[in-house]
Design a protein around this ligand. Sequence first.
Ligand SMILES: Cc1cc2nc3c(=O)[nH]c(=O)nc-3n(C[C@H](O)[C@H](O)[C@H](O)COP(=O)(O)OP(=O)(O)OC[C@H]3O[C@@H](n4cnc5c(N)ncnc54)[C@H](O)[C@@H]3O)c2cc1C
Length: 550
Amino acid sequence: MPTQHSSSRAPLRQKITEAEYVVVGAGSAGCAVAGRLAAAGKSVILLEAGKNDRRNYLVTKPGMIGPLHAEPRLKKLVDWGYHTVPQQHARNRELPQPRGKVLGGSSSINGLLWVRGNRANYDAWAAEGNTGWDADSVNEAYRRVEDYEGGGSDYRGTGGPIKVMKHPRPTEASLSFQRAAAETLDVKVLDDYNGAEQEGVSTFQQSAIDGLRYSASRGYLHDQELPSLTTLTQVHVSRIVIENGRAESVEILTRQGPQTISATQEVIVSAGVFGSAQLLMLSGIGHSAHLAEHGITAIHELPVGDNLHDHMFVPTTWEMPSALHHGTAGYFGKAVLREQTVGRSILGHTVFETVGFVRTSLATDVPDLQLHVLPWAYPSPNQDAPIRHEVDPRAALTVMSSLIYPRSRGTLRLRSADPTAEPLIDFNYLAEPDDRRVLLEGVEMIREIMAAPAFDNEVKSEIHPGKAIDAEAMKDEVTNRATSIYHGVGSCRMGVDERAVVDPQLRVRGIDGLRVADASIMPSIIGGNTNAPAVMIGDRCATFILDENL
Ligand SMILES: Cc1cc2nc3c(=O)[nH]c(=O)nc-3n(C[C@H](O)[C@H](O)[C@H](O)COP(=O)(O)OP(=O)(O)OC[C@H]3O[C@@H](n4cnc5c(N)ncnc54)[C@H](O)[C@@H]3O)c2cc1C
């Protein structure tokens, strides 16, 4: 049976089957929607397939992402464990697609990097007809979401539910990288890439403070008093029940068979880029011909599951004693011991330290390449197999050439009508040749930076890809080494034309009482990591609902 608990300290309530708002999925966006509606006094039931995260050291301790993602047995506890279908343009590889299955969703298992994207991304959404999603409007939402350690400003918020701070102790290797990149590429070292400008290199900001992960669940649920919120964990939602064109309730799976939970006002689907599209299709909303293949009667024809896209990166690893850290199991074991005894270990913060937003020759108006820098060796050439991967034991800096405006588009489709089946995830990675070009230029750019005088002979050798794989050889090798950054978006596109699944207030087109709020609604991916945008989308969804019900 599902565990029932209220997120306030109120006693457990049995058999709660109706609320004004039912939110499906307690991830980055779902926690923000549910938390804000409940804070405004609305009755809310929040349904999450995974377990409670509150006392789970694996997810509350920021640096545990290292062991968590390296050890398949740990990962299984909090991850849906999905993979793509064979990727035609990437040697038919089946790339892993981890996704949080735990309270907080992917914000509980992610790298904690807090990145809003480029302001121009939001102005582009607004220019497509998504009124109210321009950079200045979303800035207001971001300021409400954040509690930034650096203080409030026109661009940064304080006092919000998600605590954000700069990485507290970047290694010397990482700081040298900032100097070398600025010198080589002639870009600025920025104090705050989430402020007025993004282009340059900077120290990463993280959603964590005092050694505690600030997942959406921590910020919006656990830290708040919300008597009108009921959170049910280990509840798999199998269908939205739509009657006479209106979402009335959702069906959940229980050992006794399907059970119904009703929404007197609205159902908000926040099940993530895979879960939300899958649930709409299971409920009869999607391409009718595809639904018919699985015996599902179409209620409403919409392009659900189209427009799926993602960021990719190619890791490069450099032997550097000043990177200090060793990616071995024993090294992490010692860190766990230290964290639990004296504190202040590497587990207190994200493993990523430096970020860059720079331009390749394909860039138009904004930087089109992101550099992720971490002081660890990275398993290479790829991590597709669900096994514990060997990493080079030397102290090393890894710099990732990251494609942030992919041209390739794919699809999310049903594998079967079974609601517990993994959907067919096809990003169609690298189908567009320019996507490869950006990644390849990025690798060569990194090689140039690593040879800069600013490093003062700190770089001992190129571990991955290694000198033997030169620029020419990389053209082929990129299809073996490029991998997902786990930033899938777009499967329930927001817009005002026929390609849209939801309108700019996130209402599912043609169905009453139903919204989608999560990373799936992005019409095009933002230039940066996608957790902060997903939280912002959840926050804005709550604003839309509250404003309509003043
Ligand atoms: C390993 C990893 C590392 C990442 N690192 C970063 C990073 O450092 N910075 C960054 O900005 N972004 C990062 N991302 C991406 C970012 O975390 C996601 O884009 C973001 O969290 C997506 O939020 P969401 O609300 O759309 O979905 P999610 O947070 O995934 O939430 C969806 C929720 O719905 C639940 N759910 C799904 N289906 C059902 C169902 N049928 N019934 C009930 N519940 C259901 C899921 O269990 C989950 O809790 C990372 C992602 C991963 C996986």
